[in-house]
Design a protein around this ligand. Structure first.
Ligand code: PLP
Length: 398
């Protein structure tokens, strides 16, 4: 790993395997498992993660857009792939060519896509998306819309350019345990089952019905239906604090950086932009080669801790674009080239994405996705490096 001595992420494929094993234990044997690898595998790198998921026996892949879908195909993933989001109709031919399943979520979109399919003379697989309470994408199925939605889906179902194999919905608060949220999730599920039954009565059946994200996969086994779509727990993180610890999960990603300078400063000296930190006493400061361009947000300034030689060191002053400074006054023998653990375990201490998320008042999901593309991902099995994904074109030999 010496060649990467700036900042790097270690992605532990054994942890993915353990998490998938844990998830499979929650499922009935006939329930299918979708590997959710949108946003470059939640920032972990979709290439190695997808290969690992194939090895672990997932049945489907879920992505956010056509580019992610084609990228999986080009690396040799032959499993069915569902695009959760919008694909411009002009890509109908590509959807067909790469054998990708597209979500259809409104009559307007269906018509546009159908027109493009006819023009290209192609037939594509689709899943119908039902909006049961997210108000994001999907056919609305409340009392006021049920009849119209039923008519619209009937029209789509019989469009010759579509093979309507699946139907799905998405939960808004499956990760919250309050009665109000539990009631809402049941309400969403009932609405979903209701529209399916209305459609079935009119002769429209769907082979794959699915609604569970990670939280629902854990908490609502009765809602698993034909397939579940757990994302965040695949990567070893909990969908919410409330659900932490319910099933054993192993975080897949650790994040590291390197100390590039160590210096003594006197009382009264200020550190970094804006001079928001002033040393009260003599201090020892370490400069670290990671910053907000790598995903270490400025919100962590003067607040977050990182681990140096197994001990906690606080960020002092503002996080810069490419660098930040740590207080290492009480840590012995700190020198240039030392490793800094930003997320992960070093000795007795562990720092999690959740802790980082708390400071910014956000969620672990966001923290893993924003790890910058300047940070190479190193893949390990049994603690041995088996591959690297480096997103940045390098102009020098390493
Ligand atoms: C992202 C996503 C998931 C996975 O959600 P997690 O909370 O990460 O499990 C499932 N379904 C859809 C439609 C999604 O967009």
């Amino acid at each position: 790993m010496d060649l990467l001595k700036r900042s790097w992420a270690v992605v532990d494929l054994d942890a993915v395997a353990e998490n998938i094993k844990t998830i499979k234990k929650l499922l009935d044997p006939q329930c299918m498992l979708m590997g959710v690898v949108k946003a470059d595998g939640y920032g972990h790198g979709d290439k190695y993660i997808s290969d690992e998921l194939v090895r672990l026996g997932v049945n489907w892949f879920g992505v956010s857009n056509i580019d992610e879908a084609v990228s999986l195909r080009k690396q040799g993933i032959y499993h069915p792939i569902l695009i959760f989001g919008h694909t411009p109709a002009r890509f109908a031919k590509i959807i067909n060519e790469y054998n990708i399943t597209q979500t259809v979520y409104s009559i307007e979109y269906a018509k546009e896509l159908a027109k493009a399919c006819q023009k290209e003379d192609v037939i594509i697989d689709i899943h119908i998306k039902i909006d049961t309470g997210m108000s994001r994408l999907g056919f609305v199925v409340d009392d006021n819309h049920l009849n119209r939605t039923t008519e619209e889906i009937r029209e789509i179902y019989h469009m010759p350019c579509f093979r309507p194999y699946g139907i799905f919905t998405h939960f808004a608060v499956a990760d919250e345990k309050s009665q109000k949220s539990v009631d809402f999730t049941y309400h969403q599920f009932e609405s979903f089952k209701n529209i399916i039954s209305v459609l079935e009565k009119r002769g429209m059946t769907f082979k794959i019905k699915h609604c569970c994200n990670s939280a629902a996969t854990i908490c609502y086994p009765e809602m698993h239906m034909d397939m579940v779509r757990p994302g965040i727990i695949t990567y070893g993180l909990s969908p919410s604090k409330e659900l932490a610890g319910i099933i054993p999960l192993k975080p897949v990603m650790q994040l590291y950086s390197t100390i590039t300078m160590v210096k003594q400063i006197d009382a009264g000296t200020t550190v970094s932009y804006g001079r928001i930190f002033t040393a009260k006493n003599k201090m020892k400061i370490a400069t670290v080669a990671i910053g907000y361009a790598d995903g270490i947000e400025r919100e962590l300034s003067n607040t977050a801790y990182m681990l140096v030689k197994g001990q906690k060191a606080k960020i002092v002053g503002r996080v810069c674009m490419d660098q930040l400074m740590l207080d290492v006054t009480d840590i012995k023998d700190v020198k240039i080239g030392d490793r800094v653990t930003i997320v992960g375990t070093d000795g007795e201490n562990t720092i999690s994405f959740e802790e980082m998320a708390d400071i910014g008042n956000t969620v672990n999901y966001e923290k893993i996705c924003i790890i910058g593309k300047r940070v190479p991902r190193i893949y390990t099995r049994e603690n041995k490096e088996i591959g690297v994904v480096d997103y940045v074109r390098r102009n020098i030999d390493m």
